[in-house]
Design a protein around this ligand. Structure first.
Ligand code: SF4
Length: 57
């Protein structure tokens, strides 16, 4: 997988994470809102995230 140096990411649980490098491997991602009005970073979310493994809770 190619590292996209334009998208930094620390979510190592995602199947698109670059591993040793703190980057995403996708060409582009979609960032969405958790709340209807975002006023802080915690209100935003990477909607391109996919878990490495499906985990049953
Ligand atoms: S898809 Fe989103 S969460 Fe996954 S590695 Fe890329 S930026 Fe991170």
């Amino acid at each position: 997988m190619d590292v996209n140096s334009s998208i930094g990411c620390r979510v190592t649980e995602c199947q698109y994470h670059a591993g040793d490098s703190q980057h995403c491997t996708l060409d582009k991602i979609m960032v969405g809102k958790i709340e209807s009005y975002s006023s802080k970073s915690e209100d935003t979310d990477c909607e391109s995230f996919k878990p490495k493994e499906e985990t049953a809770f």
